[in-house]
Design a protein around this ligand. Structure first.
Ligand SMILES: NC(=O)c1ccc[n+]([C@@H]2O[C@H](COP(=O)([O-])OP(=O)(O)OC[C@H]3O[C@@H](n4cnc5c(N)ncnc54)[C@H](O)[C@@H]3O)[C@@H](O)[C@H]2O)c1
Length: 460
């Protein structure tokens, strides 16, 4: 090891957040040693290989620029803790599936185990940075655990939620809208906060690094995801009304988005949001509100999740209705299985719900995706039905009765749909769950086209 490293940074949890975030810090700050540890040896092996465990545009290049120089991946959590000055904790915080708060509250078991392990292995003072998304007030629990040994070692807990979006993680990390750091307002809290500010200042402009009290920071992450998901559910709710009234949701979105108070981003109607975070974080927020007796507030936010479930259900019902109320033995091609474009992540993907419901209707599925087929196979393992996985979209669509576009991969907008149409059963249907296909062109080719929130284009 280069003994002249200015700081030794550790990240516990080598997932979608820990891996890219630390790769960016190492890439931008050759003067720091950055180590990422995980209890999952397969994941660590993949981080050390040519095939990273996650797909993100540009990620391989930044990992490669630093790996083995000042970026290291391994499984020795204890050694990592002992040797570091600053520890980012980026373990998973899924929705609890058991006991009190099941289906709503955050499951903090991985989090708490990490806190105890830090306490057990530390021989010197450390700054602990919450990178995982956590219920507000978790830092208090963390501090209580860390000070329970009375061993004279001081731990300062900071909140530094991650706002990256999968699919654009590298871009978001390199050029974030803001970095948020919450700390306690004590002299040691402010000193630790300044150390973290210094790390980010290596590449993020100072005025984009904002600081707050620790509870505001923890809560801001939940609220950011709730607001983002709420915009999707809002436009999706309107898409239903558009379909009933012959209005066009894209035209409505364009018209309202030009109002500077509303803004034009995140207004694309779709089959629904997915990903590991939106649903879990809103439910976490809802649970917190219920805990504080805020029933109306909790109900308001819960409706964002309910509309999302409704949107997925509506998509299936539309398919069923359009295809003469029976899908049995019909071959349906799903174009896309990832929860969004430019990632292989399928956690909470609407495609899984759609696939399961189509199989319940005894449809035969052909699933296509450029990056998510490995995860799709895992997700559908044990689900009975006729399923095949074919990466090439032309081969996948051949002989199908219908195509459902479920992920907004750019390549799906540019396919040779004449060629696809020729190879399909007739009448050929296309259900565009992302509104990315040139609908009129497909209609002219011969497809019956069903977008989201726009009049269907059909030949009968
Ligand atoms: N995925 C996103 O887009 C995103 C964005 C912002 C914030 N977050 C938040 O970041 C956190 C991590 O999310 P993720 O998507 O990276 O999860 P992930 O499941 O991809 O990664 C978490 C990793 O932590 C490891 N881990 C669990 N317990 C451990 C322990 N005791 N010691 C060492 N490693 C341990 C797991 O093996 C796993 O590899 C979550 O709280 C999530 O809400 C995620």
């Amino acid at each position: 090891m280069n003994p002249s490293f200015k700081k030794k940074i550790l990240c516990i949890g080598a997932g979608y957040v820990g891996g890219p975030t630390m790769a960016m810090i190492a890439h931008k700050c050759p003067q720091y040693k950055v180590t990422v540890v995980d209890i999952n040896p397969d994941r660590i092996n993949e981080w050390n290989s040519e095939n990273l465990p996650i797909y993100e545009p540009g990620l391989y290049e930044i990992v490669q620029s630093a790996r083995g120089k000042n970026l290291f991946f391994h499984t020795d959590v204890e050694k990592g803790i002992r040797e570091s000055d600053i520890i980012f904790v980026s373990v998973n915080t899924p929705t609890k599936t058991f006991g009190v708060g099941a289906g709503m509250a955050a499951d903090l078991q991985y989090w708490e185990k990490t806190a105890r392990q830090i306490l057990e292995c530390s021989r010197s003072p450390k700054i602990i940075v919450e990178k995982s998304t956590l219920p507000v007030k978790t830092a208090l629990a963390m501090e209580r655990i860390l000070s329970s040994a009375n061993n004279g070692i001081h731990f300062e807990v900071l909140s530094n939620p991650e706002f990256l979006a999968e699919g654009t993680a590298v871009k978001d990390l390199e050029n974030p809208d803001r970095v948020l750091i919450g700390s306690s307002q004590t002299p040691s809290g402010l000193k630790a906060r300044d150390e973290l500010v210094e790390i980010y200042s290596n590449w993020v402009p100072k005025d984009q690094i904002i600081t707050s009290n620790i509870w505001s920071s923890e809560l801001s992450k939940l609220v950011a995801n709730a607001f983002l998901a709420q915009r999707i559910s809002s436009i999706n709710a309107i898409s239903d009304l558009c379909e009933k009234t012959d209005a066009d949701v894209s035209e409505v979105a364009h018209a309202i988005g030009m109002d500077a108070r509303i803004g034009n981003r995140f207004l694309n109607a779709s089959v629904g949001f997915g990903g590991s975070c939106f649903k879990k974080d809103i439910l976490n927020l809802v649970y917190l509100c219920r805990n504080y007796g805020l029933t109306e507030v909790a109900d308001y936010w819960e409706s964002v999740v309910r509309i999302n479930e409704y949107q997925k259900k509506r998509f299936i019902l539309n398919m069923l209705k359009a295809m003469f109320n029976t899908l049995a033995d019909k071959k349906i091609c799903l174009l896309g299985f990832a929860f969004k474009a430019d990632t292989g992540d399928t956690r909470e993907t609407p495609a899984l719900y759609i696939a399961e419901k189509l199989l319940e209707e005894n449809a035969k599925l052909v699933i296509s995706d450029p990056k998510a087929l490995k995860n799709a196979r895992k997700d559908l393992k044990g689900v009975s039905g006729d399923i095949s996985y074919i990466e090439d979209p032309y081969e996948a669509a051949g002989g199908c009765h219908a195509i459902a576009v479920l992920t907004e991969w750019a390549l799906y907008a540019e396919l040779d749909y004449q060629r696809i149409y020729t190879s399909m059963e007739k009448p050929a249907f296309l259900f565009d769950g992302r509104n990315i296909i040139p609908h009129q062109k497909l209609y002219e080719i011969g497809f019956n086209v069903y977008p989201i929130g726009k009049p269907a284009l059909k030949h009968f």
